[in-house]
Design a protein around this ligand. Structure first.
Ligand SMILES: [Zn+2]
Length: 250
């Protein structure tokens, strides 16, 4: 399908939910996880980003997070992040906008987005691995190349505040996402394959709520997810400003 600035008349919608994945941050210099140039082509997530690794070899988790934190040092929001933030700022007061992101880079907030749900956490935060510990997650940009950091309160290892493979989504963020999806009348997933969780589940919820559902991604869905009613192919940094730039709140 061809896309234009009139593809969506946003004033027709009251509860808009956008889900973003790695494709939104590629133009900021961050590699996607899968596909051409993907992080997982060179690094096996089973060895660096799995819950079992955190328990057995936490240094390997920090090794990957250290690389990612280094990459993030120079990353800036791109036009897709900025278009979404400006779009949110121009909505009617009667409209609700929720930006759910799978990205851990914090670039949506840097661009000025307000209502952001980070379902996979944030790489800029460190937290205690002991879930009973009272240490609050805190902003942290260090790489920890040599030693695994320890919690000053309980002595357990500290870890990046991101969701590893084998872990559940954070309870609060999952609940907020489900609530937004339950009420939504327009759901747009951007820069994510649409065929794996959580995008595949979220679109089902949105469709069940009666929402219009749209996927924007570089590559077509394989296999096709029938809950996405429309699919537009292309780079997020090209499509998002066209699609979302037309909203002037009138
Ligand atoms: Zn602790």
């Amino acid at each position: 399908m061809l896309l234009s600035k009139n593809t969506i008349n946003f004033s027709n919608y009251r509860n808009i939910v956008v889900l973003t994945g790695a494709g939104v941050s590629v133009a900021s210099g961050l590699p996607p996880y899968r596909g051409p140039g993907g992080l997982w082509n060179n690094i096996n997530p089973d060895d660096h980003a799995d819950l079992a690794v955190l328990e057995n070899n936490p240094g390997a988790v920090w090794e990957l997070s250290g690389i990612e934190r280094k990459t993030l040092e120079n990353a800036k929001p791109n036009v897709a992040h900025i278009a979404l933030a400006e779009f949110e700022s121009k909505l009617f007061s009667s409209q609700q906008f929720t930006l759910i992101t799978q990205n851990i880079d914090g670039l949506h907030q840097q661009a000025g987005s307000q209502n952001v749900i980070e379902i996979h956490g944030n790489l800029h935060r460190t937290k205690c691995s002991n879930t009973d510990c009272s240490l609050e997650p805190y902003i942290d940009h260090l790489s920890y190349k040599e030693t695994v950091p320890q919690c000053p309160l309980c002595g357990s290892i500290l870890r990046p505040d991101i969701v590893l493979f084998g872990e559940y989504l954070p309870v609060k963020e999952e609940w907020l996402s489900k609530r937004a999806l339950r009420d939504c009348d327009l759901f747009i997933a951007i820069g994510t394959s649409g065929t794996v969780s959580p995008a595949s589940q979220f679109v089902r919820s949105a469709d069940y709520s009666g929402a219009r559902t749209i996927l924007i991604n570089l590559e077509p869905m394989k296999p096709k997810n029938p809950y996405f009613q429309e699919e537009y192919l292309g780079l997020a940094e090209e499509i998002v400003p066209i699609l979302f730039g037309n909203n002037d709140g009138n």
